[in-house]
Design a protein around this ligand. Structure first.
Ligand code: WTA
Length: 653
């Protein structure tokens, strides 16, 4: 863990919540303290009260926490609800004509949906899903661009009790196939294509390829026409979205489901080669989505909210598809890249739609910061009142730029630590109550008992000493299991400390004020532009190429992406050099893009004749990481047969 510690600067600056903000904030220091006190005195009572206040139940629950099947914890078990009802129907009386979604496509097209219109569209599509044979508990893959219809599809699944699994549109046909098969999905909802970076992302073509390579459970494909570039349709299998909803009623009685009913699966990378399907509940998940949008984003009825995350990631679930809608907020959805047509696009979108609360990733902030201040300064960002970040530690330099140039020095910045597995924010500042420090996600939210412990599971009391980030008590929005693999769930998250607490997989330290500073992953997971990628996942993709004998993948610090991917590759034949190495590098990068997706393309490939291994044959990744960073190697590389290999690993030969 020590190597991660270096990457965290000691930061002394403290920013108090602006007085103007505190005056109108949903939570201030006193109300926050009261919540913490209640959670400390009566943990279950605290959560039961929140669940009764925030969720509209069809049947109220009696049991708050059921620990009989630990570590598969169940919350609010005998209660019944519908998540889509909570996001749409309950706003109709008061906010039917309020805008729910303002959509802007990358080409510049815009449209809006009021809550009443969104409700009607979701109902119509929910009825269409039923007409296509989709029933409660069926799994449905959603593989769409970042358009309003992606949210409509998710909400429609929730409405009929189907469990969706969104696959990021940047993942390849192979990745899509694996996820569809693991989930046993009966349907894929897609689009002909999406606009991204000035190009068309050919989603339907990828679906066709995935199915061609074998997805026995998939019966139907619904295709929304977005790019209209003319895609072939398979008779009997493919249905146009417009045809599917034609004649469907715009009222659809919600399917009332148990609190624990799986709302969705979302695949994410772990230590081993195969991504895991993180399974989330309905009620517990919804509760954290609501609470954190209130507490951390301080969402008010008058806000215009914009979270730039794609629905392919957990952030796009909790902070686009569910949370803001459950609060009846107005939100912006933007389809494309931040730099089309130029580096001012994000700021133009924010200004044009009067965005007040803005949430994005450090990688985007760093990339846009590099383009200079002129872009943001060309737009009126004065309506912004709160800024957020997620996905990786934000370096203080980027934090300060965000604060000064985007926030005009008057917006609190909420650095939110959480994971696909946690469902919603876990550690984050309450903007009207907690002072911020650039680079720290500050303190755990009420009801979340986060801690930093040593190998034995003892709390590390000493300030600034790194350890394992854990959560000591189950919480409502935690993952329920890994789809189809309970064993992996128990082992990964509860194995290390004998089921006593949840292991996040991150290292962290706490400073003298008790503030958390996330240091990085403790497992073999990379964080590239805020996206989780397993090193072994990329290694297996490389090794699947016929010319490759073995591969080892590590991360190297990168000033925009956070981490860059470096692959050490041993070929079956001769080690390529010169032009051959250049050509092979391109082949393998394209190969990985095809196997996983463009985000997993190695930034650098070094061809080698050997890899440093331990006596038991494990690749010495730590050493490879140091080599990738260009550090001088003094430790033992005696497992390597010859000295020349060291130069090869260093990329010098
Ligand atoms: C990292 C994204 C530092 C962390 C919501 C975590 C962060 C992983 C932060 C989860 C943050 C997320 N500061 N690191 N504010 N937020 N991370 O599942 O390593 O895509 O374990 O969820 O991202 O990534 P995931």
């Amino acid at each position: 863990m020590s190597e991660n510690i270096e990457s965290v600067l000691h930061e002394e600056r403290v920013f108090q919540p602006p007085q103007s903000f505190v005056a109108e904030a949903r939570l201030n220091a006193d109300s926050l303290a009261a919540l913490h006190r209640q959670a400390a005195e009566d943990y279950e009572g605290f959560w039961a009260e929140r669940a009764r206040e925030e969720i509209t139940w069809q049947t109220p629950f009696n049991t708050t926490l059921d620990e009989s099947d630990a570590p598969h914890y169940h919350w609010f078990t005998d209660g019944h609800l519908n998540v889509s009802y909570n996001c749409l129907d309950r706003h109709l009386a008061e906010r039917g004509d309020k805008i729910a979604i303002v959509f802007e496509g990358e080409p510049g097209d815009t449209c809006t949906y009021t809550y009443r219109e969104l409700h009607a569209e979701v109902c119509r599509f929910a009825n269409a899903l039923k007409a296509q044979g989709i029933r409660k508990s069926d799994r449905v893959i959603i593989y769409m661009p970042m358009i309003a219809e992606a949210v409509i599809a998710m909400q429609a699944c929730a409405r009929i009790g189907a469990t969706h699994s969104v696959v990021f549109g940047g993942f390849s046909a192979e990745a899509l196939r694996d996820r569809a098969n693991d989930a046993g999905a009966r349907m894929i909802i897609t689009a002909d294509g999406g606009h991204r970076g000035g190009k068309i992302v050919p989603l339907k073509a990828a679906v066709d390829e995935a199915i061609e390579h074998g997805t026995p459970s998939v019966e139907k494909v619904i295709v929304f026409e977005r790019t209209r570039h003319g895609v072939p349709m398979v008779e009997g299998r493919d249905v146009r979205w417009q045809d599917a909803i034609a004649g469907q009623d715009d009222v659809c009685e919600p399917e009332w489901v148990d609190a624990e009913h799986p709302l969705f699966l979302l695949y994410t990378s772990g230590s081993t080669g195969k991504p895991k399907g993180i399974q989330h509940s309905s009620a517990g998940y919804l509760l954290q989505a609501i609470l954190t949008n209130k507490w951390v984003f301080d969402l008010h009825d008058r806000d215009v909210y914009w979270c730039t995350a794609d629905v392919g990631w957990i952030t796009g679930h909790t902070y686009v598809a569910y949370g803001p809608l459950a609060l009846g907020a107005t939100q912006v959805i933007y389809e494309g890249a931040p730099t089309v047509p130029d580096g001012g696009r994000f700021w133009k979108v924010a200004a044009d739609h009067g965005v007040t609360v803005f949430y994005t990733a450090p990688t985007a902030i760093r990339a846009l910061m590099k383009l200079g201040d002129a872009f943001p300064q060309a737009h009126d960002l004065s309506k912004l009142r709160l800024l957020g970040t997620v996905g990786e530690p934000i370096n203080p330099e980027a934090w300060m730029w965000y604060h000064r140039i985007i926030g005009g020095e008057h917006c609190p910045i909420v650095d939110t630590w959480w994971q696909t597995e946690t469902g919603g924010h876990m550690i984050a500042p309450i903007p009207g109550a907690v002072a911020t420090k650039p680079g720290s996600c500050t303190l755990a939210l009420p009801g979340i008992i986060a801690d930093v412990v040593d190998e034995q599971g003892n709390t590390i009391a000493e300030p600034d000493r790194g350890g394992y980030l854990v959560i000591r008590k189950p919480w409502p929005s935690m993952l329920r299991t890994v789809w189809g693999d309970d064993e992996r769930y128990r082992k990964t998250y509860w194995g290390m400390f004998d089921g006593r607490f949840y292991l996040a997989g991150d290292s962290a330290r706490r400073d003298a004020d008790g503030y958390f500073w996330i240091m990085g992953r403790i497992d073999d997971v990379l964080n590239v532009s805020g996206h989780r990628l397993g090193t072994m996942e990329i290694e297996s993709a490389l090794a699947a190429h016929e010319a490759v004998a073995e591969a080892a993948v590590v991360g190297r610090p990168h000033d925009i992406k956070g981490e860059a991917i470096v692959a050490y590759v041993i070929m079956r034949g001769e080690r390529p050099t010169g032009d051959n190495a250049v050509a092979m590098t391109k082949t393998l990068r394209d190969w990985v893009a095809k196997e996983i997706g463009p985000i997993a393309k190695p930034d650098e490939i070094r061809f080698t004749e050997g890899l440093p291994k331990t006596r038991s044959g494990k690749i010495m990744r730590r050493l490879l990481r140091s080599i990738a960073k260009g550090e001088i190697i003094t430790s033992d590389i005696s497992t390597l047969e010859n000295e020349a290999v060291i130069a090869q690993l260093q990329g010098k030969a």
